[in-house]
Design a protein around this ligand. Structure first.
Ligand code: BGC
Length: 389
C-alpha cells in the first residue's frame, strides 16, 4: 500500500510540474505566435540623394537590386557605377569596384572610377582629327594626346534621369545627356543615353545609344576598376584572366596605336587561355594598358573576357558588341587615392576591361569606323555576368 501511495504522489507531482511547464511555455510562446515571415528579397530600383555639385546641381544615387541580392549603385554625375555588390562562392556579398563612399571623392581628381567615358573613350593622337577635310582640334590632356573625351568629358557632366523602374528583364536606370556641338572640340549635337540593367540572372548590362545632327566621332565605354576579391583588399595579380582576342593594337610610347595589329601568340600579351594577370606582367613595360582586337570583331554580342578570382571564387564574364577591349591593370594607381572605407589604392589594385572601338580610330582609316552620321543610330551593349566556382 505504501508503495502505491508513493507512486500516486510521484505521479501527482509530475502532472503538476508538467502543467506548470506547459503554462510557462504557453506564456512565453504566445506573443511570438505570429505568422512566420520568410525573408524574401525583391527586385527593386530606388533613388536617394547623394549631394550637390559645387554649382548646386542635385546628384542622386540609384540602387538596383535583384532577388539574389546583387546590388548596383549608379549616380547621375558622370553616369558613374558607384558600387557593385556580388556574392562569392559562400554567398557573401562584396563591393568589387573601386571608388568613393561620398560624392566629394568623385568631384575631385580620380582616374575615371566607374565612369561612362565619352565622347571618345581612350586616346586620339596629337589631339586632332579630320572629317571631310575639316580639322577638329581637341584638348591635349594626356601629354600631346587627347584622352577620354577631354577636360570635361562625359564622366564629369550631370546626366538626366529618364527611367528608374523594375521591368520584366530586371531593374533599370536610364540616363541621358546632350553633348552640344563644339563641346570639347567635337562636331555635332550628340544626344546620348546609357541604360544600366541588373537582371535576375546576375548580369549587369550597359547599353549605349546616341544620335547626332552632324557627322561626328563617338566611342563610349564604362571605366570601372574591378577587384573580384573585394575593393581595396589587395592587388589583382592573382586573378585568372581570359581575353578572347588573338591580336592587340601595338602602340608607341604615348600609347597611340602604330597601326599594326600583332598576334599575341607566344607573348606575355596572350590571354586566349586563362592566365593569372601577374604571371607575365613584369615582362610588359609599365603593365597591361593595351587594346585587344576581339575575335568576334564586333556587331553581335560575343564573349570578350572571363575573369576568375580563386580565393573568393567570383567569376565575371563580359560579352560585348564592341570590336575591342582595353585591358588596363591600374598601373598609374600609386597609393595617392584613398577610396571606399578608407582603403588606399596601390598600383594594380584594380583592373579595367573597357569595351570599345580601337584607340585613335579617327586617324586610322583601316580600323573599324567610329564615324556617326546624322540619321544613323549608335547602339552598343556590354554585359557583365557574375557567378562563382
Ligand atoms: C587608359 C590608361 C589611363 C587610364 C586612366 C585607361 O583607359 O588606357 O592609360 O591611365 O585609363 O586614365
Amino acid at each position: 500500500m505504501e508503495a502505491r501511495v508513493w507512486i500516486k504522489l510521484v505521479l501527482a507531482v509530475a502532472v503538476i510540474f508538467m502543467s506548470g511547464c506547459k503554462k510557462k511555455e504557453a506564456a512565453v510562446t504566445k506573443p511570438e505566435a505570429k505568422p512566420v515571415v520568410k525573408e524574401t528579397r525583391q527586385m527593386s530600383a530606388e533613388k536617394e540623394s547623394f549631394g550637390k555639385t559645387p554649382d548646386g546641381k542635385q546628384i542622386d544615387l540609384y540602387t538596383l537590386t535583384n532577388t539574389n541580392g546583387l546590388k548596383a549603385r549608379i549616380m547621375n554625375y558622370g553616369a558613374i557605377l558607384v558600387s557593385l555588390e556580388v556574392p562569392d562562392r559562400d554567398g557573401n556579398l562584396a563591393d568589387i569596384t573601386l571608388g568613393f563612399d561620398k560624392l566629394d571623392g568623385y568631384l575631385g581628381e580620380h582616374p575615371y572610377f566607374g565612369a561612362i567615358v565619352g565622347r571618345y573613350a581612350n586616346r586620339i593622337g596629337k589631339a586632332v582629327f579630320n572629317l571631310d577635310g575639316v580639322e577638329y582640334k581637341l584638348a591635349a590632356n594626356n601629354d600631346v594626346n587627347h584622352l577620354h573625351g577631354g577636360i570635361k568629358g562625359f564622366d564629369k557632366v550631370v546626366w538626366r534621369l529618364e527611367d528608374l523602374s523594375v521591368k520584366g528583364a530586371g531593374a533599370v536606370v536610364k540616363l541621358s545627356y546632350i553633348s552640344e556641338d563644339g563641346e570639347e572640340g567635337y562636331p555635332g549635337n550628340l544626344a546620348c543615353s546609357v541604360i544600366y540593367t541588373l537582371t535576375e540572372d546576375d548580369k549587369l548590362e550597359i547599353s549605349y545609344d546616341a544620335e547626332t545632327d552632324k557627322k561626328t566621332v563617338i566611342n563610349l565605354t564604362n571605366h570601372s576598376y574591378f577587384n573580384l576579391a573585394g575593393q581595396g583588399t589587395g592587388d589583382i595579380l592573382g586573378h585568372e584572366m581570359m581575353i578572347n582576342a588573338d591580336k592587340y593594337t601595338v602602340v608607341d610610347e604615348g600609347l597611340i596605336p602604330t597601326g599594326e595589329n600583332r598576334n599575341v601568340k607566344d607573348t606575355p600579351m596572350d590571354f586566349t587561355a586563362p592566365m593569372t594577370i601577374g604571371s607575365r606582367i613584369g615582362q610588359v613595360e609599365g603593365g597591361y594598358d593595351h587594346n585587344y582586337v576581339l575575335n568576334s570583331s564586333g556587331g553581335t554580342l560575343a564573349l570578350a573576357a572571363k575573369v576568375h578570382e580563386p580565393t573568393s571564387g567570383r567569376v565575371m564574364e563580359i560579352h560585348t558588341t564592341q570590336p575591342g577591349v582595353q585591358f588596363y591593370t591600374g598601373n598609374f594607381l600609386d597609393g595617392s587615392v584613398i577610396g571606399k572605407a578608407g582603403k588606399v589604392y596601390q598600383k594594380n589594385y584594380g583592373f579595367c576591361l573597357e569595351t570599345q572601338h580601337f584607340p585613335d580610330s579617327p586617324n586610322k582609316p583601316d580600323f573599324p569606323s567610329v564615324v556617326l552620321h546624322p540619321g544613323q543610330k549608335y547602339s552598343t551593349v556590354t554585359a557583365y555576368k557574375f557567378s562563382s566556382k
